[in-house]
Design a protein around this ligand. Sequence first.
Ligand code: ATP
Ligand code: MEV
Length: 312
Amino acid sequence: MKGPLFYSKILLFGEYGIIRDSKGLSIPYNFYNGALKKDANPSAEAIQSNGHLKRFVTYLEQLQKEQPNLVTFDLVTLNNDVQTGMYFDSSIPQGYGVGSSGALVAAIYDKYAQHKITVLENLTREKLLTLKTIFSQMESFFHGKSSGLDPLNSYLSIPILINSKDNIEATGIPTQSFDGKGAVFLLDSGIVGETAPMVNIFMENLKDKGFRAMLKNQFVKYTDACVENFLGGDMNSLFENTKKLSKVVLNNFKPMIPEQFHGIWQKGIDSNDYYLKLCGSGGGGYILGFTQDLERAKESLKDYKLEVVYQF
Ligand SMILES: Nc1ncnc2c1ncn2[C@@H]1O[C@H](COP(=O)(O)OP(=O)(O)OP(=O)(O)O)[C@@H](O)[C@H]1O
Ligand SMILES: C[C@@](O)(CCO)CC(=O)[O-]
């Protein structure tokens, strides 16, 4: 048995800001994917994944008991599949900010949810919000509190624009131009990050008046501008605002940037070869880069492996 593929995602803009109602823009990233699967001779990895699924099923049973109006699953089939070795066969790295748990949640919902909302329907804002709420509850199992955006992205495989917490919509993004010099890329920090402790630091910082002012007057302002610039195809303004965002993050989100990357973060701002920003909650995993000239960025970051995700 092998189920359909579910993809990783990249939150291009909006990390942390969306907690405080900034805009956000999330796109599917098809380089990595996962699917539910059963093998006659499972590998050690498959057995480990199956263990995660068993615990997740216990959580879903509880969720269904507590909130039967939210979502119900075909628990008999799900239990049977998990007891007979089903696992999530996935190339999506875990704890890297590209949504490994989101893809898993989307795959489980797709296969086992009853009366599910499908991608073939006319996806009204209400339906999107309902899906997001369901996914948020399901994904909470993996990292405490979840917005549900990652599974939503993976499930629908389309870019999603977050206007505010309760206002999200499917969106189009400017088509890629593969001979363009501009690019968005991922930089591997080589460290596994964890979402919950990073979000806790952020929530703690929010108690400070100065931090809240910085967030509103700079971080959210530049994030919103970047989303608008990107969707509107205004690439010159996009780079200006990404540079501002990169600076604000380096000065105010230090715990979310692994120490050994502070230097190259600053180097990008000084040289204008590239601008770095957080990819998801940070603290490790991937760092997201924007450059107007991919070759220059590659040269400038030649000790690192860049993974290009979007070219324009
Ligand atoms: N292939 C898999 N099989 C079983 N469980 C998995 C698999 N991939 C991810 N998971 C589950 O998801 C957890 C990782 O999710 P977590 O939310 O911490 O990181 P992430 O989704 O990779 O990153 P982010 O939320 O920052 O994008 C793992 O600990 C595991 O429980
Ligand atoms: C850091 C955060 O804003 C994005 C993580 O992908 C947390 C969230 O909104 O769920």
